[in-house]
Design a protein around this ligand. Structure first.
Ligand SMILES: *Cc1c(COP(=O)(O)O)cnc(C)c1O
Length: 396
């Protein structure tokens, strides 16, 4: 058999997760494993816990890390907080709120959903109404997705918190920041979130496989009263200084070394600078997409400009255009890997990931690769997109 053809240069990854892994993280992950009593391992774990708390802006929460993806971290929140038959309110954001709701139901929970309107973030008024309608306080928690990676929309968590407070409802506020942490501003304690859920492979620039939750004392108390059977995910069992207890077995050492290195990169750049960089790069993408739309074949999926995410942009294509074929040309011919549509958006959109280890030259290469692929596919688009993106980046 012939060896596969060599492709010079590198393929740019512009999926909204997994994202590119910086060299410093790759190198950190190539270290040898350690024996579980080695204090150096303890120091790596401690650095990950304190670094995540610093990034989440929490002093009061306890961090639990799992050898798991984001779905694993979802499961941790579900089984620790919700007993079979108990109720969760899931505000509709799209594919990710729905997936979390379905997983909750699979584990025996009841789910009240607020409707998701395509192109719009969470309907805060609908959440408030649903909580007011729950006069017997059966809803144990609100499970809210900050940035829905499928829609490319970020919801206003402070408005959501205010709506919960306005009702006086005691439900826990559980927030999924898998796609927004390390990209959009977030402050757990100031927000009043009781549980926050994240994963390694998006804004945190680490390969997939490490999920985590940060849990405040109110949520810990709910968990300790919850009779639902659980073992691996159990926060009580993992509340220990012993490495082997903390991870319910051997910790995922390479991923922890990678996370430690990635958090150091974020703090060296500065959290505010990381957030400003994401905002700028997102503006450049949005400028290009706005311009492309003038060709009539595509448009923003998100209808509320202020809610368009700094992590990922979802682009809706006209019926008759195959975004999957365009993606394949972009990946295979122009070495730009972008994402497709999820759930009900499959075949209707493409998505540009612009989070994590990203700089202006990389995003310009991505946008140009997409233009090249659209040209090959005969998709009409407004021609000034690159210029508009450059203008954004040039003015900062
Ligand atoms: C990616 C993602 C998840 C799921 O993470 P996996 O690691 O794929 O299980 C959950 N929530 C949001 C918002 C995500 O973007």
């Amino acid at each position: 058999m012939n060896a596969p053809k060599r492709i010079p240069g590198h393929r740019s990854l512009h999926s909204p997760g997994p994202t590119r892994v910086p060299d410093e993280v790759v190198h950190a992950m190539s270290r040898q494993p350690m024996d579980l009593a080695d204090p150096r391992l303890g120091a790596v774990i401690e650095a990950c816990e304190s670094g995540l708390k610093r990034l989440l802006q929490t002093e009061r929460a306890q961090v639990f890390m799992y050898s798991a993806n984001g779905h694993g971290a979802w499961e941790a929140a579900i089984v620790n907080l919700i007993a079979p038959g108990q109720t969760v309110l899931v505000p509709g954001t799209g594919h990710f709120s729905e997936s979390w709701a379905v997983q909750t139901e699979a584990l025996g929970g009841r789910v009240v959903r607020t409707p998701c309107v395509e192109g719009f973030p969470i309907d805060v008024d609908a959440v408030e109404q649903a909580l007011r309608a729950d006069t017997r306080h059966e809803i144990v928690a609100v499970f809210a997705v900050h940035t829905d990676t499928a829609s490319g929309l970020t919801s206003d968590l402070r408005a959501l918190r205010a709506a919960i407070d306005a009702t006086g409802h005691p439900a826990l506020f559980v927030v999924d920041v898998v796609a927004s942490l390390g990209a959009a501003p977030f402050a757990m304690d100031a927000l009043g979130a009781n549980v926050v859920i994240g994963a390694s492979q998006k804004g945190l620039m680490v390969p997939p496989g490490l999920g985590f939750v940060a849990v405040d004392s109110v949520a810990m108390a709910v968990a300790s009263r919850n009779p639902a059977p659980r073992f691996y995910w159990d926060w009580g069992r993992r509340s220990s200084d012993l490495v082997y207890r903390k991870f319910c077995g051997t910790p995922p050492q390479s991923l922890l070394m990678g996370l430690d290195a990635a958090l150091s990169l974020i703090f060296r750049e500065g959290v505010d600078e990381v957030i400003a960089r994401h905002r700028l790069i997102a503006r450049a993408v949005h400028a290009a997409v706005a311009c492309w739309s003038e060709g009539g074949a595509l448009q923003f999926f998100g209808r509320v400009p202020a809610a368009r995410s700094v992590s990922v942009t979802t682009v809706l294509v006209q019926p008759g255009i195959d975004p999957e074929a365009m993606r394949e040309v972009a990946r295979e011919r122009f070495q730009v890997a972008i994402a497709g549509g999820l759930g009900p958006l499959a075949g209707r959109v493409f998505r540009i990931g612009h989070l994590g280890d990203m700089n202006p030259a990389m995003i310009l290469g991505c946008l140009a690769g997409i233009e090249a692929a659209m040209t090959v596919q005969g998709i009409s688009f407004g021609q000034q997109g690159m210029q508009q993106a450059i203008a954004c980046l040039a003015t900062g």
